[in-house]
Ligand binder design. Sequence first.
Ligand SMILES: [Zn+2]
Length: 94
Amino acid sequence: MQNIAKVKHGCGMPVPRGYDPELLYVECGNCGAPIMWGEGRATHILAQAGIDPLELDASCLLVTDACPLCTNRRQYSVQIFRVSCETPLRFGTA
Ligand SMILES: [Zn+2]
């Protein structure tokens, strides 16, 4: 989780409610690789994980426990982090 601490930019910033999940930065928490999901995939994964896009904003990022580069699993658990606060908001398996 070192990478997350580096982009910390302070709590308390006003953030708009609701965000397009496709615009979120996704990173593998296992190997650190940025993950490029195909179009619509992030929306689908968030829905499967029970995460409401209305809880997202531009300061959120998604961290998976694995990615296609470091595992051949087809399922990853996904956590949402808000970079300004470093606490997982919601998590689920997708
Ligand atoms: Zn990985």
